[in-house]
Design a protein around this ligand. Sequence first.
Ligand code: C2E
Ligand code: MG
Ligand code: MG
Length: 534
Amino acid sequence: MKLALALLLLTGTLLILLSVIPAMKICRSDKQFGWRALFSLIVLFSFGYLFFLFLLLNKVIVEQIDIIVSLILFGGGGFVFLVIRLSLMSITQAQELAEKERYKALHDPLTSLPNRKFFSININKTIALSKKTNSSFAVLMIDLDRFKEINDTLGHDIGDGVLVEISKRFSEVTNKKQFVARLGGDEFALVIPDVDNKQAIAVCMALHESLNTLISVQNYDLAVDMSVGVAMYPKHGTDIRMLLKNSDVAMYQSKKDKVDSFVYDEYLNRDSLQRLELISGIKQALINHEFELYYQPIIDAKNNKIRAVEALIRWPKKGIGPDIFIPLAEEVNLINDITLWVLNEALEQVKKWSIDYPNLKISINISVLDLRNINFPNKVKELLDRFAVPANMLIFEITESAMMVNVERVKRVINELSELGIDFAVDDFGTGFSSLSLLRELPSNVIKIDRSFISTIQSETDNAAIVKATIDLAHSIGRRAVAEGVENERVAALLLDMGCDYLQGYGISRPLNSDAIELWLAKHAFENVTLLSS
Ligand code: C2E
Ligand code: MG
Ligand code: MG
């Protein structure tokens, strides 16, 4: 009898003990005081059960009351076990349900991307974080072009399929930190933390490229394009309202102007007309051949013989310099077209010169945004083939440091170009904040020392020391040094003393149009260049 009661009691104790862990789980997920009190009682009960078991085992005679208490304790153990188990199950279910509801409230059911509400929460969080870290971030507003046509002509099913595919592609080309959302209809948006506007444009390009291949939905292959507006925190707005409004304004501008993306700036409100005219002017200029290429000689410092020419773009009709319109073209993604125009023009010239000056190389300024374009190497190869110009006649000059976004792709493009046989030069060395890392990344043969150092080499000893150190740096890593902005003979002599390899500047020749450069080349083909004396 005693043994049977002890077993019964032991089972009750086990049931009580088995309730401890689920009770703990409940306490963890539901912070209510009642659960914690219940948990403490269960622990106390466990001790009570063990104590009574101990008393029972030490008794000689089992009384009736022992039987009753043992039965009650067994029943109590089972009761507590069942109540706690069932409670845990329903609490977990309720939490799962709540989680599902929360997910539903913050996500778009069609694409599973975060919705407008989640997007707002994320912007506010990013604002708070950027305030703390003193960093900038970008808000991208994206609207598909002529999506209504797809919906109207092919039906909503196809339209939905397109949206799902687009959201997949956007997710593929963005990283985890970049927050992609669907705001509704054909409107998407992105928050890109910790970037400047160039890096934001690079993301825009990646998004555009993701739509380069046709979207296949139910036997239809559809070409879809989009317009993107960019607003930067804190420059274009410090709160969510301004950031959304300004990225929207920029997006409409990009749509209106038929450019891939548009970065908001005050021009849009203030001088918007002037700026917009300039942008559409660039497009027209490309179509109407308004640009012209000028060529500036680069000579060997040791023997003053011509080594290469740098192609520099001019826009005679407008009379504004590339310093103004090239950055603008980069902003609105027209730079790729400009670079291809320049390449075309330059290669045609090289072809012409190839008989008289077979070793004359041509330097072309390339934007980092060109290097982000995976089709760029193919286009370059096509042009080289078309003009039958060997790739080693080309030097690509690169200034920028905004290689940070999607570096892998940039490296791939650089390698492909390098494999074609094209040389690279780091332009304006000493001015970009990451010249050194650009130097490391680029398989360049040449470093072009920025003219701001060269122009003051005679008067500022610090600059002279910097130039000398840069020339030595170039040589120690097997590169050649070019000095930009050599304006007279004395500077050239100083640079030669320092071991500089090549010289470029007004002192040798200003940039010349194609007729003038041909005369210059003819004159200097057999006779060394004489530099301006002052
Ligand atoms: P860059 O590549 O560093 O070109 C050298 C600039 O310095 C040219 O200005 C040239 O005219 C100027 N320069 C050369 N020697 C002297 C000198 O002795 N004294 C002074 N004061 N200036 C000198 P430019 O042609 O106005 O071009 C400015 C920048 O615009 C270029 O700097 C380059 O970054 C960009 N650029 C020019 N053409 C193109 C182009 O076809 N494509 C791209 N992506 N950028 C271009
Ligand atoms: Mg250059
Ligand atoms: Mg330069």
